[in-house]
Design a protein around this ligand. Sequence first.
Ligand code: FES
Ligand code: FE
Length: 435
Amino acid sequence: ETRKSIENSLERGLFPQWVLTDPDIYNIEMEQIFLRTWQLLGHESEIREPGQYVTRWIVNDPVLLVRNGGGEIKAFLNSCTHRGVHLCTADAGKKKSFTCPYHGWSYNLDGDLIGIVAGDKIYGEEMDKKDWGLRPIPRVEVYKGLIFANLDPQAMPLEEFLGEFRWYLDIMLGRSDGGMEVRGVPQRWVVHANWKMVSENFVDPYHVQTSHRSTVELGMSPEDPLYASYGHGVACNHGHGICVITSSPKSKARPVKYQGLPQEMWPMFERNLTKEQLEVFEKVKVLVGTCFPNMSFNCPLHGNEGHLYNYFNVRVWRPLGPDKVEVISWFLIDQSAPEQYKEDAYKGYIGSFGPSGTLEQDDTEIWARVVQASKGFMVRDKSLNYNNFSNYLMGYDHVAPDETFPGPGVAYSTNYVDFMTRGYHDYWFEMLTKE
Ligand code: FES
Ligand code: FE
């Protein structure tokens, strides 16, 4: 009955508010979605050399991601096979082997068990080290530098899962020779929020004019209620969505080509991207979107007045409960960009996003206020059929797809539409109810 009622509301462009914070739904999501979907672990540039490693999480599974002696990327459950201790707890480092702090078992870069303290004296013949290596994460695949993992051995290949969304990711990941690289360490922090709500926030530019009002007042953003609507909102397959935001016609600043990246890089973009991708990239100001279920990115322009810098900020929303999320946020930049540009862009990011960023703080407070107000009796009363839903009706009955848009997916000629958020919810429901 609950399933029918959720399905029914999604069809009408509504989302039941209680679903956001419901512990039972959360538990179903863990098994139906997080056990089966591709999860971003990191970027190749974080572990360039043999022995370099980073530690990450797939929700509650700790992951040790390492470059082995042969230069291959390996991912293991970061848990000792003796008694299960969380093996390596540093965020990142470089090692030849990993030794457990409990009884001292050690493992090499291929996850093989190579050392047992007093092993030959205390274990008999029946103990074969080969059987006690670190447990590999079932699937690991890399897309243009981004390393993803999947706990489901039967999952569809990563490229197929990214589907139409790849075309847009390529505008960032594929435009430069040498691709992108991570600069600095990924920032991590915990926010009060629901993982779905923050994911859909990245395909909801309607909030920009209000939530980020201070940037308008500072003159950083135009005083135009439609300011983040210009361009195209695109709903892609598998619940992914992207906003291709172009300049407001009311903006005083000159539109910048190729997101204001240095002119010496332009011939490279023109070589690496298709004519259709260039058509989009040439005019875009901000690319922002979400890859189902919980990876979002923002590729904007930030910095000081007159000096704007482009970067690629990717984040994973790691669920820590129905109303808590750990954010892990990477700053990426074209490897071939001039060094000074990279540094300036990094400062632009730090001031705008991440825990110290003004825009991040605006968003964080709003996300907390959504979950705060979504736990009471009123929103949980499933018999009330009115005002028990959140509204996803923007553009629903009067905005038609724009067939002339050069990219894949279903594109609409404004970003103020709820088709991307609804596509996300529809895929969420499909996965949630899959046999
Ligand atoms: Fe790791 Fe005992 S738990 S060596
Ligand atoms: Fe925001």
